[in-house]
Design a protein around this ligand. Structure first.
Ligand SMILES: [Zn+2]
Ligand SMILES: [Zn+2]
Length: 360
């Protein structure tokens, strides 16, 4: 059973909607402010920290070397062509000389001696020019090898120049991350502090629905606008932050529970009239109809539901835990009624002095 007036339900709902609307308006305003906040400008990259003068120098040397390498390669190809044609000349000359010598031995003419010398000389010359061609190729190969090694060294030098930029870049990057986070923290922290203060001090205020909208907004800002920008430092900050939040939550939950238990214990010591006055009418009617003692918040014996009392358990009139009067009887017609009802449901007699009736 609910004792709250019907419009109160709609009022509560409307107030929740208003809280959400206020929250979303704040979120949009916040997004607008965040987009106008000057960030660090252009995002820094590793290229910004490379010594470009050195890098350009190395690059141009690499290019020059590359050109020299290509030229040497072509020279080698040309020289190989020359060599193969000279080898061929030499072999042809030699083969024809050998054929000629064979026929000469057969005839054995003395007059041909000078021709032998001339022919051998011609073969020697061809052999020498073949050797020269080979030497040219060997020299070119040496140059080629030197150029390749120089190229390797240049690439290593280039990599070293780029590597030198890593450390300063990382330093600058983490500085930038910290700066962005600091900026966001500076904008979010006042919101969080203000909403913590509102939660602590203004929860009972009739304007709470408005404050509640702001508090939800602050939580949104914290989790969406701040937490993702936490500097990571390899995860340390995030985990430490998570642990701190969990500990804070546990601390306030335990403290709140203890305060609640102490409050309930203190209440149980007070006289019943005082207890009754401290309990809100709506809460009391609702709790008793659900089988909860409105004074000690524990479940009392048989649950009296709308369907009637449970048949196998006798109806309970007093809380079995704290002795609080839950049901009493109408002074006029003796009907059993929720002790918080202001009028007898049977005969309509005003029954607002239960405590006095029972204690007297
Ligand atoms: Zn009780
Ligand atoms: Zn009555």
């Amino acid at each position: 059973m609910k004792a709250a007036r019907r419009p109160q339900f709609w009022y509560k709902l409307a107030m929740w909607i208003m809280s959400i609307v206020i929250c979303s308006l704040f979120i949009q305003l916040g997004a607008l402010i965040m987009s106008d906040v000057p960030t660090a400008g252009k995002r820094i990259t590793q290229i910004d920290f490379v010594d470009t003068i050195q890098l350009d120098d190395v690059d141009s040397r690499i290019d020059r070397n590359e050109v020299a390498l290509r030229t040497t390669q072509r020279d080698i190809e040309d020289a190989e062509f020359v060599l193969s044609s000279r080898t061929l000349d030499y072999q042809n000359q030699r083969a024809s000389f050998e054929d000629w010598i064979k026929t000469r031995t057969a005839t054995a003419a003395n007059s041909q001696n000078s021709e032998v010398v001339t022919r051998v000389q011609a073969i020697e010359e061809l052999k020498i020019s073949e050797r020269d061609a080979q030497r040219v190729i060997e020299d070119l190969r040496v140059t080629d090898l030197a150029l390749r090694r120089a190229q390797q060294d240049l690439f290593a030098e280039r990599a070293a120049i780029e590597d030198a930029a890593i450390a300063p870049y990382q330093k600058a990057h983490s500085r930038e991350v910290l700066k962005v986070f600091g900026l966001r923290l500076a904008l979010t922290l006042p919101l969080l502090l203000l909403s913590a203060w509102l939660v602590a001090k203004k929860r009972g205020s009739q304007y709470w629905p408005v404050y509640r909208g702001f508090v939800i907004f602050a939580l949104f800002a914290f989790f969406i606008e701040l937490v993702p920008y936490l500097p990571s430092y390899g995860g340390y900050v995030r985990y430490v932050m998570g642990i701190v939040l969990a500990l804070l939550f546990a601390y306030f939950a335990i403290k709140g529970m203890n305060r609640y238990l102490a409050k309930k214990q203190a209440e149980e010591e007070r006289p019943e009239t005082e207890k009754r006055n401290a309990i809100a009418y709506e809460t009391a009617v609702k709790n008793i109809s659900e089988g909860i003692c409105p004074s000690c918040d524990r479940q009392f014996g048989a649950v009296t539901s709308r369907k009637g009392e449970k048949p196998d358990e006798p109806p309970v009139d007093f809380c079995v835990h704290c002795g609080f009067c839950l049901f009493d009887r109408c002074a006029k017609c003796n009907t059993r009624e929720n002790s918080f009802f202001k009028f007898c449901g049977s005969c309509g007699t005003r029954s607002d002095n239960h405590a006095a009736v029972r204690t007297g």
